[in-house]
Design a protein. Structure first.
Length: 428
């Protein structure tokens, strides 16, 4: 029988140079290792650590078009105004973690789940160490449900709850705070498909297939959809259904599932596609081949427009400036969402030119004669609107270092957050 004490967060007395007075904290390295194989939900563990860190916790239930979840908001310090810092980042997608980090892919984890776990625990550890009353400031933690387009974070940014506070967003950019090097826009394009059609071919078999990537890869879903489109174009299979696929917190999905009607056997699938052992018995027969073709053209057109915007700004475009982050709905009625990394600090005319270029790219696809029509589009730019008179930074442990030694990296990150938060508060 498993020792049930593994499921209880271990609390120890721990003194840091910036403590006033020595607080009750926890062993950050042990907290990371004990998360693996624990039957206690991660959220319950985090709430326990926050309780012993003297953090006032608000659990905000959220429900929107992406489902339901919980956003944890914690506040430390009684000052009603003045300087403060918000530590904000997405929760891991897993509720409980497997026995070891190596088992995360098979457990259905998002590629960033381990990094998010380590970073979240490091931030909570820093909150447990710092005394905001001695610093004359407020500290806050926001651990939000990682929906595909980060709606939870967008809605919280201008809440009076965080008035006058700087923001440190979570990202694997290193243990020094950096200013964001680009603005992120969320672009939603409606795909109101035409009437359902009967299959064009007689199928020899119907199979469920899946493609996965173990690491964060912004180009993965577009490549995966291109593979399906190529199969249909060669007459090897028809795409009967595509599972609604969604990334997490403005990142591309790491998994794409589809149901194929096999026309030619044996079906040869490219890497990393594989046939699943069981096939879903019912499918939504729609014009998925046409939908996927439209999505691919939209992705190409938007990337061309965004790359041109970087060139016009006299800067080098990121390697993959446009990411497909979600496809929602059925083959005859849905939406596709893209995240675009755009040049920062554009003036008003520059921003207007970029908007016009994005609209023109979508209009070109709309007018190209696709069997699947393209509906209206909505652009939310920036995805995270910084509050007035507040600074916004990004900070977090590097992904490769987390995978090498999660516990040791968590300890280093916790120490870095203590130093950085103290410095940011003194600067204010």
């Amino acid at each position: 029988m498993r020792n049930r004490r593994r499921d209880i967060p271990t609390l120890t007395a721990q003194v840091k140079p910036l403590c006033y007075p020595p607080p009750v904290s926890f062993d950050i390295a042990r907290a990371v290792t004990e998360t693996f194989g624990s039957r206690t939900a991660l959220l319950d563990r985090i709430l326990s650590y926050l309780y012993f860190a003297d953090v006032a916790v608000v659990e905000q239930s959220t429900a929107d078009a992406w489902g339901s979840g919980v956003t944890v908001i914690g506040l430390k310090g009684q000052a009603e105004s003045g300087p403060g810092v918000v530590l904000a980042g997405p929760l891991p997608t897993l509720r409980v973690f497997p026995e070891a980090p190596s088992a995360l892919p098979d457990a259905g984890a998002h590629p960033r789940d381990l990094v998010r776990l380590v970073d979240l625990l490091a931030r909570v550890s820093a909150l447990s160490v710092l005394d905001p009353e001695a610093l004359g400031a407020r500290l806050a933690l926001v651990a939000y449900r990682p929906d595909p387009v980060a709606e939870a974070l967008h809605d919280l940014a201008h809440s009076p709850f965080f008035s006058g506070m700087d923001w440190v967003l979570s990202g694997p950019t290193g243990l020094e705070p950096t200013r964001p090097s680009f603005d992120v826009a969320v672009i939603e394009v409606r795909l109101p498909g035409g009437p359902r059609r009967a299959p064009r071919h007689r199928f020899r078999n119907v199979v469920s297939v899946r493609a996965r990537t173990p690491r964060t890869d912004p180009a993965f879903p577009v490549r995966a959809l291109q593979d399906l489109s190529d199969l249909a174009a060669r007459g090897h299979a028809d795409i009967l259904d595509l599972e609604p696929c969604a990334g997490s917190d403005l990142l591309a999905p790491s998994q794409v599932d589809a149901v194929l009607g096999v026309i030619r056997e044996p079906l040869s699938l490219p890497e990393p596609w594989e046939v699943l052992a069981e096939t879903r018995p019912t499918v939504r027969l729609g014009a998925w081949s046409e939908v996927i073709g439209t999505v691919l053209d939209l992705s190409h057109g938007l990337e061309t427009a965004v790359s041109a915007a970087w060139t016009a700004a006299g800067a080098i475009s990121p390697a993959a400036p446009v990411r497909l982050v979600a496809i929602r709905g059925a083959g005859d009625d849905g939406s596709v969402f893209f995240a675009a990394d755009l040049p920062p600090c554009l003036d008003s005319p520059g921003r207007e030119r970029v908007r016009e270029a994005l609209d023109a790219a979508i209009t070109q696809v709309r007018d190209s004669g696709h069997p699947n029509p393209v509906g209206p589009c909505t652009t939310r730019w920036p995805a995270f609107p910084p509050p007035r008179d507040a600074r916004t930074f990004t900070m977090g442990p590097i992904e490769d270092r987390v995978w090498e030694d999660p516990a040791a990296t968590a300890r280093l990150a916790a120490d870095a957050y203590v130093e950085v938060l103290s410095r940011l508060l003194r600067e204010r």
